[in-house]
Design a protein around this ligand. Sequence first.
Ligand code: LLP
Length: 425
Amino acid sequence: MDHFAYRDGQLYCEEIAAGELADQVGTPAYVYSERTILDHYSRLAEAFAELDPVICYSIKSCGNVHICKLLAEQGSGFDVVSGGELFRALQAGADPAKITFAGVGKTDREINEAIDAGIGLFNVESEAELANITRIARERQTQVRAALRINPDVDPKTHKYTTTGKRETKFGVDLERARRAFEDFGRDKYLRLIGVHLHIGSPVNSVEPYVEAITKALALIDELGKAGFELELIDIGGGFGASYWEDQAPLAADYAKAIVPLLRGKGLRVVVEPGRSIIGNAGILLTRVQYLKSSGDKQFVIVDAAMNDLIRPSLYQAFHFIWPVCPAGGLVAASREEDLRLEGTGLVDVVGPICETGDFLGLGRHLPAVQRGDVLAVFTAGAYGFAMASQYNARPRPPEVLVCGADYRIIRRRETYGDLIAAER
Ligand code: LLP
């Protein structure tokens, strides 16, 4: 799953004790394991190797330029959804030909920036956007490659805020309109509509929705072929799960086992856009206990990380396993479970200092006894953790630390109070 493990009663990230890291870099802090990132990337590459896919790491999941650089060095491309993400990818040394650009609201500026960079593929989400990119490409007398994002109306069985392939969501074009879009835009010499893009949701913790969506996409590609549109590419998007508790998500090999046979021998270039499955389990958030407080029969553990640092619990009621890095009495959790109740633990809410009741990291958790100053680890925080952090309540954002074996690097420093007002001229 990852390289965060308890040895002799304390949590290690690779070869470094998490408690020592917390003392050295302070809390809250995001800590990533380089070995885990590389393992997850290579497992995915191996699982899908038969298709020789272009892997485009979804930069929105965790866009630190050092992490992107690490992945670019492995040959990864990047899935971006804004000019800022394109900038990050280019700063990391990405090969522009392996950059895909999705998103329902690309501005002219962003489209021009992407053309300037020479990106490999625009994943276009509407007829209006097709018309606009065609116009810009024609004005610039340049050719761009695009895929039409289709909305296959498939339920990925995930949180409704991250469901993207159902008809009622804002993403892509439904199958009926997709056929017409190819008729209307599929023969342009400036915008070359060469493929179909899908991204049905995140996380998708089963293979069936992929099978359903890809089967629909292939039927469309087939039909378009008969109508004279020879497509070269299918981008199946991201959404592969990470394990927030033990063995929660299918492995890369499980996804591949269901998906590869569908795409084998089709003569299509395959693109995948994984984010969470690479970086999710590769990151933890370290936080220190500030105060213990009881109210009625409730026990609160008040920590120094908050919803501004990790918003997923507040926004999606997402579960992140939490455990002390040096648990009292050596009470190590043998595995990360959603409702773990070991003897000697007590029921607590782990909450942050922000002035909202929705500011929590974990509710109703059975934790070993903790005291002021103890460090807790919030697991599987690598994806959509720092990436969604804000400065709400004027809280400087935490640092990001990358561990490699027994070494670590601060790959983003802790923000200062000065950073809070730096852009306010
Ligand atoms: N491709 C596209 C077009 C996407 O929109 C996304 C994610 C991905 C790829 C990568 O999905 P992944 O492999 O990471 O699941 N903030 C939410 C997740 C939002 C995902 C948005 N799109 C969360 O914290 O769960």
